[in-house]
Design a binder for this molecule. Structure first.
Ligand code: DON
Length: 305
């Protein structure tokens, strides 16, 4: 990409100079200890060229961004049978909302809200004898981070305070859309969300979505091309919960956020970009992350629209 580093640097400086509002997530106590001023960016093209700015090599909690990896694992194992257990429609509600489940009989709107990710964790518990190890091995393989571990302090912190997720699991189980015990399922879910990566690692990990389902550099097949298309579609419509419309409007790329302040966006057949800044807006998405991606795609016109 012509001048990519230059445009990234200019966009980074522009966002740095702006007012820095928002709050670091504190409902998971361990997340509130992070330095809120860290700000990193990494873009990787499908040809393996990499561009970075700021704190691109600092590890952070990827939280809900990891739901995309549980989705790619489940889709690669059971394909369209997944849609017997959940839908693929945007929810328009907060990531941890319970409201739609009551009228929709325990069928989550999509795999990227907490309800959907909890059902995917139930499916992973059905698929593997040791689901936590299997999930970690899978993320190690896709990311190429051979020594990746769960951040057990973050998992334990959420385990101690994750009341809404316990409520979601129990509520969904009352509709028989959870087969394992709620404790098994929430334990896997909290560990999934605890995974840490740097912007460099995250941009690389999500490269397969910019490369028709094959990991960039290694050519490892993560999902089929049609499944990569569908994951991108779900990220576009559901990746930012009740801010998905705004993210499409401002950024115009499939993306996924996490309450650790990370954000990934994909331009299919071109690049994967990760941005991290811990202060969140009122929808739980990184304040600077949104601004950065909006200004970047306005400047480059690298958007799906
Ligand atoms: O379940 C939770 O509340 C967190 N482990 C993940 C939420 C999250 O990252 C929402 N994303 N913006």
């Amino acid at each position: 990409m012509i001048d990519c580093q230059n445009i990234l640097d200019n966009t980074y400086q522009k966002v740095l100079k702006m007012e820095h509002v928002g709050d670091v997530a504190s409902y998971i106590p361990e997340l509130s200890t992070v330095n809120p001023d860290q700000f990193g960016v990494c873009l990787i093209t499908k040809n393996g060229e990499q561009f970075t700015c700021g704190d691109a090599t600092v590890k952070f909690s990827i939280q809900s961004i990891a739901k995309v990896l549980s989705l790619s694992l489940v889709l690669s194992k059971i394909g369209d049978k997944l849609w017997e257990r959940m839908d693929f429609e945007p929810s328009g509600t907060a990531f941890n909302s319970l409201v739609q489940l009551e009228s929709e009989n325990g069928i989550p709107r999509n795999p990227l809200i907490n309800a959907g990710a909890i059902v995917m964790c139930d499916i992973i518990c059905d698929l593997f004898d040791d689901p936590k190890t299997a999930l970690l091995d899978y993320v190690r393989e896709v990311s190429g981070i051979k020594d990746l571990q769960y951040a057990t302090d973050i998992a334990a912190s959420e385990q101690a305070t994750g009341y809404r997720n316990y409520a979601l699991a129990n509520f969904i189980k009352s509709f028989e859309n959870i087969h394992n015990t709620c404790n098994q399922v929430t334990d896997l879910y909290f560990h999934l969300c605890s995974i840490e990566m740097t912007c460099e690692q995250l941009a690389y990990t999500f490269g397969f979505l910019a490369n028709q389902g094959k990991q960039i550099k290694t050519d490892m097949k993560v999902v089929k091309p049609a499944q990569a298309k569908r994951i991108n579609a779900i990220m576009q419509t559901c990746g930012f919960y009740d801010e998905a419309g705004e993210f499409a409007f401002r950024v115009g790329l499939p993306g996924k956020s996490g309450v650790g302040g990370g954000m990934v966006a994909i331009l299919p057949n071109a690049f994967s970009i990760a941005v991290w800044s811990p202060k969140l807006n009122k929808h739980g998405n990184s304040y600077r992350g949104m601004k950065f991606l909006e200004y970047f795609t306005d400047e480059t016109q690298d958007t799906v629209f």
